[in-house]
Design a protein around this ligand. Structure first.
Ligand SMILES: *Cc1c(COP(=O)(O)O)cnc(C)c1O
Length: 357
């Protein structure tokens, strides 16, 4: 493999960061990786200072949204170096997302190498407090300048990094969720399974309305019958009912195949828990709640890992889950996944890509 060209910043921004209050996606590190696509191929790419880029008003992506992204994390490992959590899963999902919006695929193995090189260059930006990490955001977008709805002929792939804080500063707090029965995020045959801008634009209005009413996020139902559960905000959703862990299946193409979702399913199976990927209707949840079988509800995603749901509001009725407290199962999953990520417990699945610096 050819050594990537690296251009370093003259002045690091490191000292301007408040490392005790990082927040999420607020600070950006000194360098980024950039590769361009033209004449039918991606170039080798290079690492350069993070900074503004000039665009023309006719940049096709601004008008037609031909863009995809990813989100993954690097953790400062207990015994030195860093662990990047399951990057090949993200790199492969980026290819699937790309396909859905006619973006040419970026080689997943090459993307993992690029990410490893960038993490080495940015190693001091991986924060050291427990719960903190370096969030890595690959982004690909059309760079053509034209009006008219057709795919771009040129693209750019940028990988940027953001040191992020512990998602839960005062322990894990369960959130209030509104079951959304008016607006839709995605529909069968649409883009729901792609991490592409359109899905997030489609979610803003409902999310903002829910937040104005005191909810953290919305639970999306399928766009046609409004009975079958899809996702929660930008996370996958799971239900612990008696001794069965249930999550919506991926077959409709309306939800994202989360890396955290996959990790939770693996671990739960390993613990001997019955795991079901299937359709779950909001009525089934309501019935399980009434009969006392609904034990725990939680979202899964890279940012929060596990986000317990303390209350679900459906058509004006509040379902209080596990007394509004984090459940034992959710806490154990959180501790297991973060333990693997920080290198504190054995990575028996081989999920971490370890980099030394
Ligand atoms: C990113 C994302 C998820 C979670 O995926 P992870 O790989 O676990 O971070 C779930 N749903 C949506 C809509 C997402 O954008």
């Amino acid at each position: 493999m050819a050594q990537l060209k690296i251009t370093r910043v003259a002045q690091s921004k490191y000292d301007s960061v408040n490392w005790d209050d990082l927040k999420f996606g607020y600070y950006f590190s000194d360098h980024m990786f950039v590769s361009d696509y033209a004449d039918g191929k991606w170039n080798e790419g290079e690492i350069m200072p993070y900074g503004p880029m000039q665009v023309e008003p006719t940049l096709c992506t601004l008008h037609y949204g031909q863009t995809v992204f990813e989100g993954l994390k690097a953790f400062r490992a207990k015994n030195g170096g860093a662990n990047i959590f399951r990057p090949i899963m993200n790199a492969r999902r980026l290819v699937r997302s790309s396909e859905m919006v006619c973006i040419p695929p970026y080689n997943p193995e090459k993307m993992v190498q690029d990410i490893c090189e960038l993490v080495k260059v940015e190693n001091k930006w991986i924060p050291s407090q427990y719960g903190q990490s370096l969030y890595i955001r690959p982004l690909i977008y059309g760079t053509g300048n034209f009006l008219g709805v057709h795919p771009s002929k040129t693209y750019r792939n940028i990988v940027m990094c953001s040191p992020v804080g512990a998602y839960y500063k005062e322990g894990i707090n369960p959130v209030k969720i509104k079951v959304e029965d008016v607006y839709s995020r995605a529909v069968k045959g649409g883009l729901g399974a792609a991490k592409t801008a359109a899905n997030y634009a489609a979610s803003l209005y409902a999310g903002t309305q829910a937040q104005a009413n005191g909810y953290a996020q919305v639970l999306w139902l399928d766009a046609i019958s409004r009975e079958v559960i899809d996702e929660v905000g930008a996370m996958n959703i799971m239900f612990l009912m008696k001794d069965e862990l249930i999550t919506p299946s991926l077959e409709h193409g309306t939800i994202l195949a989360g890396v955290t979702r996959d990790s939770v399913l693996h671990i739960a199976k390993d613990w001997g828990v019955k795991v079901s990927e299937r359709n779950i209707s909001i009525d089934e949840i309501h019935d399980a709640y009434k009969s006392g079988r609904l034990k725990e509800v939680f979202g899964t995603g890279t940012a929060a890992v596990i986000s317990p749901v303390g209350m679900l509001t459906y058509k004006g009725e509040d379902l209080i889950i596990n007394d509004g407290k984090i459940g034992e199962f959710s806490q154990k999953l959180y501790d297991t996944i973060t333990g693997i990520q920080y290198g504190e417990i054995e990575d028996k699945y081989g999920w971490n890509v370890h980099v030394e610096f």
